[in-house]
Design a protein around this ligand. Structure first.
Ligand code: NAD
Length: 492
């Protein structure tokens, strides 16, 4: 089916470098697929090291003039970009739905959510204050200013094709950095549309550059930026192995890094919890984007005495979820992103069943009149999950809920922390003292307490342990794109 946009200009297929749209240096392109059908529907330029270098050259040239613009002027451009993103919500949502698969209503929500970061950092740009240190000795003035780190390379995943890139580019530009970006190979179109809107907003040439690359070509593009000493920061969201690769690759030029990596979020339901609220929270946190979010609950721990009641209430809600293509009426679970995703989900479910899990719901791929493509998986609940299962150790990144039992608060905390990851954690409880104890003990960058929807432009988003470091959003989010300079003036 052709992709009909109100503004066809938003459908881009070329790199944007130094203010011009251009084909790949090699002339190559790669296909973009619709996860709902599994069929390729368009193609975009496939970059290589030469394209990466052209982009970092442009970003480097644009850096000094951009850094010297006033914060107020940078904020004005960001506000214009924000308005254009919102004005093009319908088209951007269609692009997200087509290349990523999420339901159209969720895609619209992603546009609104991603845009809030652009607005937020427009507001933060003008408040990047420094300090004057009280006099320590006569005749000396000590002060602190915050400066842009320089050229930033942003590498983003496919699960939120608009929000992930917006929440990296917006703080970078607000701080006075210039950007080279590479979107995920599965979802380049939304990122290209977003950059086209930035061009319309009036950002100077070279301030934002974007290079697309296939899975094969991605290392050539990113390795060039890693080796380029003019690129002073890498900001990345994606898997932990790639994050570690980027950390190693940044070592030779000691770049600043923000790494938002994989999670393995625990979701704990204590015996004093409001079970209906806990089910609502789990439905919101788990099934957004079909379970393909890094803060998606991956291990659900339920206290013995409420285990059965919780499982029954949850099963009733999950059984009612409608699976199908994102653009069909009422669909809540779209297709998974690609064949690798389906393989991983199937492997986790089969492995759990082989290790004694009880299948309470789902447990297989879906093929019917509505969901006829190859990438649909049924919302699934597995009972009696245990720690020897793959889904305990790794993110499933799909619509699968494994239920683990626990008997005491200490055991729940121990099980929740028994992972190398620490991005998000959730728990439901009523007792105030318990809420403090559990919040303090969870090893996680983000904790949801009787709440399943956590992300906000006003809050710091990021992990601990092997979920990475750095924060996106909030006033802390600007710090990641700035360094601190101490000025010491004598002879006063
Ligand atoms: P990925 O880490 O492979 O891809 C993320 C980004 O890194 C993409 O832009 C990709 O092109 C790029 N990349 C891949 N290999 C690279 C390399 N060698 N050098 C430089 N860049 C490289 O993640 P994925 O394949 O999209 O998903 C795999 C797993 O990652 C998922 O199952 C999930 O666990 C995790 N993930 C996490 C998030 C998150 O939001 N934290 C998002 C997507 C995926």
């Amino acid at each position: 089916m052709p992709l009909l946009l109100n503004n066809p200009e938003l459908l881009r297929s070329q790199h944007f470098i130094g203010g011009t749209w251009r084909a790949a240096h090699s002339g190559a392109s790669f296909a973009v697929a619709d996860p709902a059908s599994g069929q390729d529907f368009t193609a975009v330029a496939d970059g290589d090291a030469a394209d990466a270098r052209a982009a970092s050259d442009a970003a480097h040239t644009a850096l000094e003039p951009w850094r010297q613009t006033s914060a107020r002027d940078r904020a004005r451009l960001l506000k214009r970009w924000h308005a254009l993103i919102l004005a093009n919500t319908d088209d951007l949502a269609k692009l997200i739905c087509r290349e990523q698969g999420k339901p159209l209503a969720e895609a619209r929500g992603e546009v609104a959510y991603g845009a809030t970061y652009v607005e937020w950092f427009a507001e933060e740009a003008v408040r990047a204050y420094g300090d004057v240190i009280p006099d320590q000795v006569r005749g000396k003035r000590m002060s602190v200013v915050r400066e842009a780190v320089g050229v930033v390379a942003a590498i983003t995943p496919w699960n939120f094709p608009l929000a992930m890139i917006a929440r990296k580019i917006a703080p970078a530009l607000a701080a006075g950095c210039t950007v080279v970006a590479k979107p995920a190979e599965d979802t380049p179109l939304t990122a290209l549309a977003l950059v086209w809107l930035a061009e319309q907003a009036g950002f100077p040439p070279g301030v934002i550059n974007i290079v697309c690359a296939s899975r094969t070509q991605t290392p050539a593009v990113v390795d060039d930026w890693l080796q380029d000493s003019r690129v002073r920061k890498i900001t990345f969201t994606g898997s932990t192995p790639v994050g570690k690769h980027l950390a190693r690759g940044s070592a030779s030029t000691l770049k600043k890094l923000s790494l938002e990596l994989g999670g393995n979020a625990p979701f704990i339901v204590f015996d004093d919890a409001n079970l209906d609220a806990a089910v609502n929270g789990l439905m919101a946190a788990k099934f957004r984007n079909g379970g393909q979010t890094c803060v998606s609950p991956n291990r659900v721990y339920v206290q013995d005495s409420v285990y059965q009641a919780f499982a029954d209430k949850l099963a009733a809600r999950v059984a009612a979820l409608k699976v199908g293509p994102g653009n069909a009426d009422g669909v809540q679970i779209g297709p998974m992103i690609n064949a690798r995703a389906i393989e991983k989900i199937s492997l986790h479910v089969q492995d759990a069943l082989a290790h004694g899990a009880r299948l309470l719901l789902g447990g297989s791929a879906v093929r019917n009149d509505l969901a006829s493509g190859p990438f649909y998986y049924a919302p699934t609940i597995l009972g009696d999950a245990t720690t020897d299962m793959l889904l305990f150790k790794e993110e499933t990144f799909g619509p699968v809920v494994p239920l683990f039992r626990f008997s005491s608060e200490e055991q729940a905390i121990q099980m929740a922390n028994d992972t190398p990851f620490g991005l998000a954690a959730y728990f439901y409880a009523a007792d105030a003292a318990r809420i403090w104890r559990v919040s303090n003990h969870l090893e996680s960058g983000i904790v949801g307490i009787n709440e399943g929807a956590l992300a906000s432009e006003a809050a710091p988003f990021g992990g601990v342990k092997e979920s990475g470091y750095g924060r996106e959003g909030s006033r802390y989010g600007l710090d990641d794109y700035m360094h601190t300079k101490y000025l010491c003036q004598g002879g006063l």
